[in-house]
Design a protein around this ligand. Structure first.
Ligand code: FMN
Length: 320
């Protein structure tokens, strides 16, 4: 078995890969608001590898133009080991400090292509994909993100060991099965089982709601790392636990809209992304009991002006 490579993370709390969310604009706003000791790493959205290896320039775009001390790994999802491994090589060339492989996506498109969580029914295919990627990049750690299983969690230990045997340097376990989707309950006992099955570090994921949960997950499961998904959409400061006020919360969302528009989104697209966050948002008590009225706001400019009214006086919304 290949020895795992050292991981580039600067701390134990990680921002989860989230398609449609952790593109450079949102991710960089979160990274810029954290010390490296508070947020240890982040990931791109999954990059789908289908009919051809993804070229280096597209992978660079996923990493975005800014660099932080906090590392950002590129996540790949695909079933063809040769093409995924070639893409991993391109990711290394693009400057990725880590390549993560997605074995958890439950979307129909992924399942049709036998990628993502489709592979949870077949641990040898997980091992083969990890191995081919680890062999392809050599000095860049390859990590695997699995769910606790497909229909049930019976293969959890086999999946964990398959990732380790293939040469993964870290195993992230989203503690829900594919069948369980994103349901509210999260069984952390499964994380403890994964930790017991492998010698490589395990990152626990699923159901973290507060800053205190991060430490609790590590204490209860023995995971070396803890990863936050949706709770970081509610409160992007969850990693430090800093409580921001209404103005700081509004400022985040306005900067997000501005950055999206500067990188080519139209006002409607940018407002849609802001509303996606507002659907989860709790930071700064900005939304309070008025979530549905925020989400009903159809006019992008009116939405941004409403956010700007939460700033200290004289600030204005970015023009749409
Ligand atoms: C909007 C959204 C997009 C997601 N996209 C990805 C993705 O691109 N890659 C991935 O591995 N997981 C993806 N996930 C799953 C999360 O990384 C995470 O495993 C899941 O949300 C469970 O963590 P949580 O309970 O903290 O949200 C996504 C989740 C959400 C809500």
């Amino acid at each position: 078995m290949v020895a795992p490579l050292p991981l580039p993370f600067t701390g134990p709390w990680l921002l989860a890969p989230m398609e449609g969310v952790t593109e450079p604009c949102f991710r960089d706003l979160v990274l810029a608001r954290h010390e490296p000791a508070d947020l240890g790493g982040a990931f791109t959205e999954f990059v789908r590898v289908t009919h051809y290896p993804v070229p280096t320039r597209r992978l660079r775009a996923h990493l975005g133009p800014r660099r932080f001390e906090i590392p950002v790994g590129i996540q790949l999802m695909g079933a063809d080991a040769g093409r995924v491994a070639e893409t991993a090589r391109n990711a290394r060339e693009a400057g990725a400090p880590l390549v993560d492989l997605n074995f958890g996506c439950p979307a129909k498109g992924a399942l049709r292509g036998c990628a993502g969580s489709a592979m949870l029914d077949d641990p040898p295919s997980v091992e083969a994909l990890v191995r081919q990627c680890a062999d392809a990049v050599v000095d860049v750690p390859v990590t695997a993100k699995i769910r606790a299983g497909g229909e049930d969690d019976a293969l959890l230990e086999d999946l964990a060991r398959a990732a380790e045997a293939g040469g993964a340097s870290l195993l992230t376990v989203h503690c829900r099965t594919r069948r369980e989707g994103y349901r509210d309950t999260a069984d952390w006992e499964r994380l403890r089982r994964a930790v017991g099955a492998v010698g490589i570090p395990v990152c626990g994921n699923g159901g973290i709601e507060t800053h205190a949960d991060l430490q609790r997950l590590r204490a209860e499961t023995g995971c070396a790392y803890a990863m936050v998904g949706r709770a970081a959409l509610a409160d992007p400061w969850i990693f430090s636990g800093r409580r921001v006020d209404r103005a700081e919360a509004a400022q985040f969302l306005l900067e997000y809209a501005r950055d999206l528009m500067e990188t080519g989104a139209g006002p409607r697209g940018a407002a849609g992304r802001v509303k996606q966050l507002l659907g989860h948002w709790s930071a700064g008590d900005l939304v309070g009991g008025e979530r549905s009225s925020w989400l009903r706001e159809r006019d992008p400019q009116a939405l941004l002006e409403r956010l700007a009214r939460s700033l200290p006086s004289a600030a204005s919304a970015p023009g749409t």
